[in-house]
Design a protein around this ligand. Structure first.
Ligand code: FMN
Length: 325
């Protein structure tokens, strides 16, 4: 996820068993072949075997609209070591769509086909090409055509975020629509959108009929969500809610990894960004966020995350306990 899930986050989220694979932030392709440093920056795992430190495979994602440019860049990424290349046809960002990238291609399935097949031809059979779509741009009428276009173009897997571009991130995600697509495709279809907890996971699977799901914001809100799902699948047991001390430890580890290369101020805002994702579903994270949001010094922020007294003070200050959204 662009600006949110980098190699350090992938590392932290995959330390406990849960994820089968992860994806990089998109590499934006305009017209030229990008230099290797761009790929290494988005995907430091290219220096190794395209796995996280705990061994979970990493897919490299490209976003663009020009088939020829996507093809040369995919070729480049494959030469650098990417074994799976994903094409992003789901990004709803205005800037990206204005420049004819991301979900804007869903207005014409032929363009999805052209992009996927150009990349598929360029990388050859050694490298897998996958795709990610939404249900459409402003309506769902072309959802199946776009999905089929990706399959016919050579995609070996399709992730479907169950909303149109115009629906943005507004609930609900229409998981049943993923099922309508899945029934007409021969490649694996992965359900995505609004999976925040175990119950959502099961509902998304049931309504879509998909065996696999992709987690986005839910994995930031509860960093143990993938593990929770895996544990339940393996044992039938429900793990307890992720305690604050585990969350604080993950945020502290995140800071330690990020501060090796970034300034304290930047790391401080990255921690707050993650805390912001957590607070939407967790009352303690909400309390910490409110207490710490104006702090700009990293060590003070970390002390506040790990300080148990902080919570007591904040509970008193706010009066009542906020409920998770
Ligand atoms: C801040 C942000 C950045 C994102 N960046 C990407 C991206 O780079 N590539 C991508 O395929 N999807 C990206 N997404 C979309 C998510 O992968 C996912 O499809 C979407 O958030 C719906 O799933 P969720 O409800 O589980 O978050 C991004 C979403 C957010 C909120």
């Amino acid at each position: 996820m662009e600006g949110v899930i980098d190699a350090h986050t992938r590392d932290l989220l995959t330390r406990r068993p849960g994820f089968d694979w992860t994806v990089t932030e998109f590499v934006r392709v305009v017209d030229a072949r990008l230099p290797p440093r761009v790929y290494y920056r988005h995907c430091p795992e290219l220096h190794g075997r395209m796995i996280t430190p705990s061994g979970v495979p990493v897919t490299l994602q490209l976003l663009g609209s020009d088939p020829a440019a996507l093809a040369v860049n995919a070729e480049q990424a494959a030469a650098l070591g990417a074994g799976v290349i994903d094409l992003n046809f789901g990004c709803p960002a205005k800037l990206v769509n204005r420049h004819d990238g991301g979900a804007s291609l869903l207005r014409d399935p032929r363009r999805v086909h052209a992009a996927v097949s150009a990349v598929h031809k360029a990388v050859g059979s050694e490298t897998k090409v996958t795709a990610k779509i939404r249900l459409g741009f402003s309506h769902r009428r072309l959802a199946l055509d776009c999905a089929k276009a990706a399959e016919d173009g050579g995609a070996s897997q399709l992730v479907v975020h169950a909303r149109t571009r115009d629906e943005g991130y507004r609930p609900p995600a229409h998981w049943e629509w993923i099922g309508r697509i899945r029934r007409h495709l021969n490649i694996p279809v992965v359900a995505n959108g609004d999976i925040w907890c175990l119950e959502d996971y099961w509902k998304a699977r049931t309504l879509s009929g998909c065996r696999d799901v992709m987690l986005g914001r839910g994995a930031l809100a509860d960093p143990l969500l993938a593990h929770r799902i895996r544990h339940w699948l393996n044992t039938g047991e429900h793990l307890p809610p992720t305690p604050w001390r585990v969350r604080a430890a993950i945020l502290s580890d995140f800071a330690a990894l990020q501060r090796t290369t970034l300034s304290g101020r930047l790391v401080t805002s990255l921690i707050k960004q993650w805390l912001n994702h957590m607070r939407k579903r967790n009352a303690e994270a909400e309390r910490r966020f409110q207490a710490l949001k104006r702090i700009n010094e990293l060590d003070t922020l970390l002390a506040g995350l790990n300080d148990e007294r902080e919570t007591a003070l904040e509970t008193t200050a706010h009066g009542s306990e906020p409920t998770p959204a």
